[in-house]
Design a protein around this ligand. Sequence first.
Ligand code: HEM
Length: 456
Amino acid sequence: HWVYNWSNPKCNGKLPPGSMGFPIIGETIQFFTPHALYDIPPFIINRIVRYGSVFRTSLVGRKVVVSTDPEINYQIFQQEGKSFLIWYTESFIEILGQQSMLKYHGMVHKYLKNLILHLVGPENLKAKLLHEMDESTRRHLHSWANNNSNANTVDIKEATSNMIFEYFAKKLISYEESKNSRRLRDNYNAFIDGLISFPINIPGTAYHACLQGRKSAVKVIREILKERKASKNRDDSDFLDYLLEEVKKEDTILSEEIAVDMAFVLLFATYETTSAAITLAVKFISDHPQVLAQLTKEHEAILKCRESDDSEITWQEYKSMTFTHMVINETVRLANIVPGIFRKVVKDVEMKGFTIPAGWVVMAVPSVLHLNPDVYENPLLFNPWRWEGKELHAGSKTFMAFGGGVRLCVGADFAKLQMAIFLHYLVIFYVLFFYKEPLVSGFKTHQLIYCGYEFL
Ligand code: HEM
């Protein structure tokens, strides 16, 4: 009777088709079958073939509806806070922090998001960050070219992670690895190594190492916060100063604990995702010389209109990089950096003739949408021209690399700006100007780039 109930969950309507798998473990083992990162997981493909675009299953002890339907996914984003709430597993919340903004909804979420936009929103990008990211990117690209220690090889993933980490840790908490004995970067490395792991917290497991990494990183941020409260009259204020000013306000809901978890999550969300996107962009571009040629044309035209070759990128120039933005969109479409987006159902929902009961979890799978031949012709081809004349700066029913609705990625503009600046200098340094022997193998050179992604 119990097994029957497990396989046929109660529902006040018609459940999507599918199987709940074995009692307790459900279909968790099949779900975690290894696959190439930027492919659609075989678990999903097999079930789409068998059941269609919406199906039920059971994963990590949860009743789940997987949706690969653009309409349903769009509705899920639109009904955030009403019928659906953002959801992560208990173990993920433990890793990201009990006070992380990811567990807040409604007005509190809106308030926290606005605090972050103060740092990475379009106004600050235009006024401050563009200039600083420009300087940091140039400096790092130069240093790679001048570094002869590693047999002319640059691991793009690691090098761009370091670049973004260095820059953003300074913006957030004025942390500089070279001047600090605390080794925040090592703590984040330990944290990221075990991020996707089975949640068994005993010494020796990846999950345990991840929690230890988080603990040490948070300890460093807390110490900085403590020092900051004791110090007065700082010349160069950072995001932590801004948060501490908020904490002092009488009517605020921001606590020091939320501020610490926010700084922790933001640093991770920024450097890990953006460096992955840049790495893949380099790989895709070096595999497609016609894309490089068009990019070169665009950036050469920008240079020609400048008074000096040494000038920084201006906001107008950034906005004029239409083809570069097409390359960025095409990269994140194929990269599917966030493989699944999860929401908890708070009240029974009717969709496309099915009922999704309250208490279930819905998982939207961006890769199915982004690699759907009905939506994107020849979807596995890296073809930036497919974005010609299309909206490039927002999520849509057919493009959810940065999510959608009120939970749309708050750092999307930051990530795109950093990618555009990187591509600009990559092209002008290595194709047009200073280094006649380009850095990337696909850019016709004997020098080799190891992208850091072995699956490629
Ligand atoms: C290529 C780079 C990036 C990709 C592909 C990406 C992707 C995403 C996606 C898909 C979501 C939605 C998750 C959901 O709905 O459950 C999201 C949310 C979020 N992202 Fe990003 N992201 C990127 C860069 C960044 C950066 C640079 C930052 C930091 C400034 C950032 C901070 C966040 C935060 C804080 C959220 C939660 C927003 C909320 O709950 O309202 N992301 N990101």
